[in-house]
Write a protein that binds this ligand. Sequence first.
Ligand SMILES: O=C(CO)COP(=O)(O)O
Length: 252
Amino acid sequence: MRKKIAAANWKMNLTIQEGKELVNSILNEIQSIPEGKELIFAVPFPYITEIETQLKGHQNTSVAAQNISNLKAGAYTGEVCGFMLQSIATKYVIIGHSERRMYFHETNEVTKSKVDLALEYKISPLFCCGEPLEIRESGSQNEFVYKQVEESLFHLDAENIQKVVIAYEPIWAIGTGLTASSEQAQEMHAAIRNLLSSKYGHNVAENISILYGGSVKANNAAELFAMKDVDGGLVGGASLDAHEFAAIVKAL
Ligand SMILES: O=C(CO)COP(=O)(O)O
């Protein structure tokens, strides 16, 4: 049975002190996360260990890195690679976020290497896909997203694909206040699950969590998460506000 997940993506925000205060307030508001659900904080690299320590004893909570190198190890100044993240017990890593595709020129080929390196070091990819506005307006969003998923994930076998969490994040909805309607989200999530099913079979596809990201807020989370194939959210802006994010987690 796939999990319901609320994941906070802090992006390049907050000091460690602010981050810890935020986590503290969120944990105070939500108290506990039941089995079958998970709360993930995707934090900047330097904060991973401290936030992990803070989450100890809180069931079904974990930390994600926001990036991983596509290179294995060695003379690559400034890079952070898989074995390093494994050595600090990082459970998840965001791969293929549109901001990395856009500003750091990550291609489907690069994200494929990152997926492989994450899995090699026992870290689950939170794999992001999603189309820009002009593609949505042209009506070819499904083909665009299929290509991202196929080129970066479809070399995986049935066992490994089930370690991946997919996040559908339409670029036109990220940080814009423009959310995909719950019907638009459901339509794309069902299409992604059908694609997974055509390659891996129904049972495998049913086991993979598909999150929605793009202006998820306290006032739209419940409606989005109620959709059959929407298994939670990857949340940017609203995850920086304790009360707002706690309400999103409660809507899971
Ligand atoms: O990019 C996102 C999460 O990864 C979504 O960001 P917003 O929630 O700020 O739109």
